[in-house]
Ligand binder design. Structure first.
Ligand SMILES: [Zn+2]
Length: 336
């Protein structure tokens, strides 16, 4: 069982916030996964994605992507549906393929005025459209996520039914345990409840050539409506140890765990330590930390600098002439 653990986005402690620096920071921390956050839009140049592929491969960092929050495959607004499919998910998958990212996670839909059954039908049809549209990118999994609010499509049962019915090799769920916990009013109390979820999932994935699981984990604050805020691991609601303990009962090939805690990498490290102590994961050895330079000092050629100064001087002179003229005009009107 190969386990990958890391933060949802660039580590907080990383001196630079771009994706490449983020991957280097993840490596320096002794983690081996990062989920790239395209949550507010898919903006990345293709050559950057190619650089990311190279560096992540060199450093052995598993990459996954979280697609935009705007995605709603069951919206009443057909424009939103079309953009969700052709723009937000499609572009995420295309970039994932370029950078060698394994999964594209997305929140599938909100119910709105529709019944859960109708929403399910629409989501299912639209996911089949997405799978068709992205058929060139055969190495990227589409991962509809279990969501944390009652008003959103995405209970564990709905998501499992969805992936099982469509039964496509590139479609697996993203299991967000904090969301499941919040949505069900705090049911994940002991190892048994985690085992029950994993058992149901294992029935689905064990028919596949690669038994992979993509997990989101954090603790969570919730009300009767569902999730309110993600919390750090120390809240122990739910407790990560129970998930780790439950994982022991299964023979997954690959386990990806994303820390969605507010203290991202600190909790990813805590999870890693728990998994190592339980013998589920080998310690990660960092050969040589990579230096991350905070500011790139641009060298401007002397000539260009001189030209800039001359230009500035000219501007100032023109400005002073103008203000002198203004001053004169003011004096004249003032004297009248
Ligand atoms: Zn999540």
């Amino acid at each position: 069982m190969q386990i990958y653990v890391g933060p949802a986005g660039v580590p907080i402690s990383c001196p630079k916030k771009d994706t490449i620096s983020g991957i280097k920071c993840v490596y320096n921390l002794g983690l081996n996964l990062m989920e790239i956050q395209f949550v507010r839009g898919v903006k990345m140049r293709e050559d950057v994605a190619e650089q990311i592929a190279k560096i992540s491969q060199e450093l052995g960092i598993r990459l996954t992507i979280h697609a935009p929050y705007y995605i709603n495959l069951a919206s009443d607004d057909s424009n939103i549906v079309e953009r969700s499919i052709k723009e937000w998910i499609y572009e995420s998958v295309k970039l994932a393929s370029l950078m060698g990212a394994k999964c594209v996670v997305f929140h599938p839909a909100a119910y709105g005025e529709k019944s859960p059954e109708e929403t399910y039908r629409i989501v299912r049809n639209n996911i089949m459209r997405v799978l068709d549209l992205t058929s060139d990118f055969e190495n990227v999994y589409l991962c509809p996520e279990t969501t944390g609010k009652g008003g959103q499509f995405g209970s564990f049962e709905e998501i499992i039914k969805l992936v099982e019915e469509i039964d496509h090799l590139r479609l697996i769920p993203c299991i967000d345990f904090a969301h499941i916990h919040a949505r069900t009013g705090g049911t994940l109390k002991t190892t048994d409840e985690f085992t029950a979820i994993l058992d149901r999932y294992y029935k689905f994935i064990s028919r596949r050539p690669i038994k992979i699981i993509h997990i989101h984990f954090s603790c969570i604050e919730y009300t009767e409506k569902g999730e309110r805020a993600h919390l750090a691991l120390e809240a122990r609601d739910p407790a990560f140890e129970n998930l780790a303990e439950a994982l022991k009962n299964f023979k997954f090939d690959e386990v990806q765990i994303v820390s969605e805690s507010p203290i991202l990498e600190q909790d990813a490290l805590l999870m890693r330590n728990i998994l190592v102590n339980m013998g589920l994961m080998r310690p990660i050895v960092i050969e040589k930390p990579i230096e991350i330079v905070k500011k790139v000092i641009k060298k401007v050629p002397r000539k260009a600098l001189k030209a800039k100064r001359v230009k500035l001087k000219g501007k100032r002179r023109r400005k002073s002439k103008k203000s002198a003229r203004k001053k004169k005009a003011k004096e004249e009107t003032g004297s009248k």
